[in-house]
Write a protein that binds this ligand. Structure first.
Ligand SMILES: Cc1cc2nc3c(=O)[nH]c(=O)nc-3n(C[C@H](O)[C@H](O)[C@H](O)COP(=O)(O)OP(=O)(O)OC[C@H]3O[C@@H](n4cnc5c(N)ncnc54)[C@H](O)[C@@H]3O)c2cc1C
Length: 235
């Protein structure tokens, strides 16, 4: 792929009014591709709930840092956890009123192959959340958050594992980010081609990407008497 034609660069996005469920703000309105932007609560939740990881961006010493991390959603709140020694989690605890962050989630649903290199793209669903990450200290909320993070991977798993003990809880920091200021963006469909390219002899279309699960592999030291839970067998 030539550097002058990065993927998606020619995938022109037209500006149209976005429908709003979450309120739009100056910083959640894309400059480009507004027709693909959405603030629909249900859509936002579905994109978040389908994801295993998010990327947490923040500024440290004047420069941006983006870290991949697990997360969980409880209603209109996202939670991120980690060691109490984790720097962003520490910074969220010491910054007043919290750590300004931008959290993103992305699903790539298909490779969009155009006749021209310029119009190559991907089909995607993404969410960008802006806000302030604050440390959660309330034991009940922490417990809810930690369960949500485990359940984000496999729904119901938190009820089918040993809860964290006091020592583990003491070593774990939890931060919260409210779903107040955010946007989703979705691209679907085939390539946007130039009319004069339609007769070119290059294959064009979409290669769908689907998520799949392999067969669960039991730990070597698992007691053979422990059965595979139905929620894993049915994945
Ligand atoms: C997997 C993937 C690949 C992409 N590849 C390209 C590419 O190669 N080239 C390209 O130009 N664009 C690409 N995009 C789209 C890209 O994320 C931006 O939306 C796009 O660059 C337009 O930026 P903008 O100037 O409108 O954003 P800005 O005006 O800077 O954004 C303003 C606000 O709009 C919202 N917003 C912007 N983009 C998104 C998003 N994707 N999801 C949710 N909210 C958003 C955010 O709240 C943001 O703060 C890709 C998106 C995804 C998910």
């Amino acid at each position: 792929m030539p550097e002058t034609a990065p993927p998606g660069n020619g995938d022109q996005e037209t500006d149209q009014d976005a429908t709003a469920s979450y309120p739009t703000t100056a910083r959640t309105l894309p400059a480009r591709g507004r027709a693909r932007a959405s603030y629909d609560r249900e859509l936002v939740h579905s994109v978040l709930d389908e994801a295993y990881v998010c990327h947490l961006g923040f500024v440290r010493d004047g420069a941006p840092v983006v870290l991949p991390t697990l997360f969980g959603r409880v209603g209109e709140r996202l939670y991120v956890h980690g060691s109490t020694g984790s720097r962003p989690l520490r910074e969220a605890g010491t910054a007043d009123p919290g750590l300004p962050v931008c959290l993103t989630v992305t699903h790539v649903d298909g490779l969009v192959l155009a006749r021209s290199a310029f119009h190559h793209s991907v089909n995607y669903r993404s969410v960008v959340v802006h806000g302030t990450a604050v440390t959660v200290t309330d034991p009940e909320e922490r417990s809810l958050a930690l369960d949500a993070i485990v359940d984000q991977a496999v729904p119901g798993r938190s009820r089918d594992s040993r809860p964290a003990d006091a020592k583990e809880l003491a070593a774990t920091a939890v931060v919260r980010l409210d779903l107040d200021e955010l946007s989703a963006k979705v691209r679907t469909g085939g390539p946007n081609e130039e009319p004069e390219d339609l007769s070119l002899p290059y294959w064009a279309g979409v290669v769908p990407l689907a998520r799949g699960y392999g067969a669960p592999v039991a730990s070597d030291d698992l007691d053979p008497a422990v059965p595979l839970p139905h929620y894993l067998a049915s994945l």
